[in-house]
Each structure stands twice: as structure tokens, then as C-alpha cells.
Design a binder for this molecule. Sequence first.
Ligand code: FAD
Length: 446
Amino acid sequence: MNQYDVVVAGGGTTGLAAAVAAARHGATVLLVEQLGFLGGNAAIVPAWLGFHSLDGELMVKGIPLEAVERLQLEGGATDFHRDPICGSVVGVNTHWWKLVAAEMASEAGVAVRLHSRVAGVERRSDGTLGVTTECRGTRGDISTRTLIDCTDTGEVAAMGGAELSRGRASDGSVQVASWSFAVNGVNTLELIDYLLEHPEEARPFPDVELYDWLAGLRQAEIFVLGAFKSLVARARAEGMDLPRNNVPGVVFAHRGEFFTVASRVVDVDPGDPENLSKAELTGMRQTKEWLTFLRTYVPGFSNADLAATPHQIGLRETNHLLGAYQLTGEDLMAGRTFPDGIAMGAYHLDIHPPDHAGIDTQRPPHYQIPFRALLPREADGIAVAGRAISATHEAMASTRVIPISMALGQAAGTAAALATRGGCELRDLDVDKLREALAADGARVS
Ligand SMILES: Cc1cc2nc3c(=O)[nH]c(=O)nc-3n(C[C@H](O)[C@H](O)[C@H](O)COP(=O)(O)OP(=O)(O)OC[C@H]3O[C@@H](n4cnc5c(N)ncnc54)[C@H](O)[C@@H]3O)c2cc1C
């Protein structure tokens, strides 16, 4: 079959949610992914997911929550644990993500085309979109009414005529990239003893919350760190070349693993292969240095070894859709609501600034994301979900995380199916009906 109601480009967790939602609403759906599995970033290096607001309210539900509950049933995810910065954290196992993502797509009746890149989009005179896929020189041509870009760069939407911008508004710079990695063999009891003796070494946030959080460490399956500031300072003084002044990461206490985004690669140009090649090599060099640091300086890490490395450097930010509405950091911090709100978020604005070595964190109240942030200003038949929605450098530092991106995927997929059924353009969709459909499917829209 070469004709589908909906084509989803990019089979990460956002694309999975979009495809499953559209198929559950009766659309014929093709999900196109250039790698050999579904799940994207989430299925490559371990991550921690935040679903709750700071006051403990579950802000993201629907397909993202369903996926985590399925992972938990398989033993592929921890329970939810309270966190003073992320709201809550749940740790997921990358291998289980791949299996559960494949099952969810298959159960929903989504056609999956792996090892295939969306390489071209053309507008046809009958109002359909022609989508070209490529697999090692073999081309495939598909016709569709709606294309959802979940590639994380917006590049497929741009092929269909959508406008994009790059990075932050002032100079186009993007957040720093990281060659994230995980180590195993961590003696977590020794590590926790050290953190309890040196609480100032655990995380940078107000004391009262820190002590409250520390009290629960011995029972936690998973906990987040922004740690070892004085150990990093000592190692630097003794000649180590470490790109950050502390180590952000997450401890999977029950299995003696630590995942970290301590690598910090600056001046990355996501569109320049030479620059990206240098960035990969820098990330690998930094990883070796960090591993030596952990083994030499940090209690509990003397036997640690590499357990997971990424398939490519992690780009936190590339392009942003210039959409019918652009979500801003101010919208998030004000907890702004919208008549066309289709998803909620409360994750902190986790900005890894291009030009200094720390992380700028702002903790918003819960906020809403409008449907218009998923739609290009002009190009019909296209929606964008995930990292490249129409949001500023500051706002996307919160909306980019996996649960919120998946909620946006679910909204885009549901909208595409409803537009197909109603024979209308996405921008003419009755947004109240979309919100009702999402709520009926268990998603949170307000
Ligand atoms: C270093 C780093 C650490 C992070 N840590 C966390 C964390 O702990 N928790 C969290 O919630 N979030 C984290 N994030 C953010 C999160 O990983 C992403 O924002 C999230 O994965 C978004 O999911 P996605 O499906 O939109 O994108 P991705 O997972 O990147 O999936 C996009 C998919 O599109 C495919 N693709 C791209 N172009 C094409 C094309 N032309 N044709 C076909 N397929 C294509 C790619 O192969 C990929 O599988 C982190 C990000 C980085 C960079």
C-alpha cells in the first residue's frame, strides 16, 4: 500500500505516540524511522522521566503514562520517586523501550518502515503530499493527506514548506550537546554514605529540600544528582580536563548504574558534518576523562565501567518550527493557559546554555501547550511534534523532555486522524473536539 491517511516521520517516542494515537482513531498510518528500531533517544541511553509537577500532581497522562506503566509491568521501569527539581523521576530501561515501542505500534495496527529516511516531500495538485523514503539507495513513494514531523529537527516539515528557525533568538546558538553515557558496577551504598556525610556534594538546591530528599536516598530505586563539586575542583587542580564543575546524572540504585550527561560539547552546528564529527570525538574524549575521574575520585565508583554509550552525540536543540503560535519561557513561567491547549507540562526549564558551564534552571508552575504551536504558519497538511515544535530556546528546554514530547505526539496523531475523518485541514479542526477526544483517551489537556 502506498497511500496512508497519516505518515509519521521519525520513530522516537514522540513519533510512536503520534502514530499509535492516529491509528487508534481509525487512520491508516505509516511510521518511518531511519534506524532499525522504534524509541529513538529513549531507547538508546537510559533516561529519567518527569511526569509530575513540583507539588506532586501528575501532569502528563495518556499514551506516555501508558507506555511507562507497560514498562513497569515488564520490570523495564522503576516506580515514580519524588524529586525536588524534576517533580518526579521514573527510570526506564532502554532495551525494554525498544520492545514495548514495537509492541504498541503493532497492536495499534501501525505500518512501520524501518531503515528508511524521509528524504523528500512534494505538494501534489490534488492536495495530497508525496513523501519519498530512502533505504540504502532504494526509494519509496507514499501519498498522504497528513504528515507529522517527529524527527526532532523539523527537517521533514521544512521539506513540505514549513519555516524553521535555529537555536536561541539572539544569535542562533543551540544548547550544549552531550555524549551521555552510563556506567555499571557502582557500589551505591558507599556512594550514599558519602552523600549523607557531604550533603553539599549531592545537588545544588535549597537546604531544606535537600535534607528532605537525602533522608529518602537509602530507599530510592533511582535518584538524580548534580554532584561532586569539590571532587571535580580537586581533580581539575590535579590536572584533569573536565568540562563541567559538577556531575549531573541519575543513579539506578537497585542495579548499581549511573547515567550521566557530564559531557559538555560547545559551539555545535547541527547542520555541519565536519563540526558534528569533531563534536563526536570531543564527546568521546570527555567520556574517557569522566570515567577516570569517577573511578579515581568518587566513593563507590572504583569498579565502574562503561555500560551504555550513545549512537551519536545528544543534540538538545536544533531547529524550531515558526508556527501559528510560538510558546515562550514567559508563557511557561506564568503558567499560561490557552483556548486550544492540548497538552500540559511542569518540567523545569532545563537550559544548558551555549555560553557557560552550568545549567540555568527555572521551575515553572504547570503550563499548557497550544495546538497552534504544532502547526506551521502556512504549510497545510503538516504538524510538528516533539523537540522542534514552535517554542523558543527557553520554552523548549522544558517541552523537549520525553513525557511532554510524547503528549504532543499523541495530540498531533489524534488531530491528524480527526482531520482525516472530517475531511478538513488541521488548522480548521474543531479544537474543542480534539481536546474532548484527548481527554476521553486519558490524556491531560488542562
Ligand atoms: C543528552 C541528552 C539527554 C537527555 N536526557 C533526557 C532525560 O533524561 N529525560 C527526558 O525526558 N529527556 C531527555 N532528553 C530529551 C529527549 O531525549 C528528547 O527530547 C526526546 O527523546 C524527544 O523524543 P523524540 O521522539 O521527539 O526524538 P528522538 O528520540 O530523537 O527521535 C527522533 C527519531 O527520528 C528519527 N529521524 C530523524 N530524521 C529522520 C528522517 N528524516 N526520516 C526518518 N527518521 C528520522 C531519528 O532516527 C529518531 O529515532 C535528553 C536529550 C539529550 C540530547
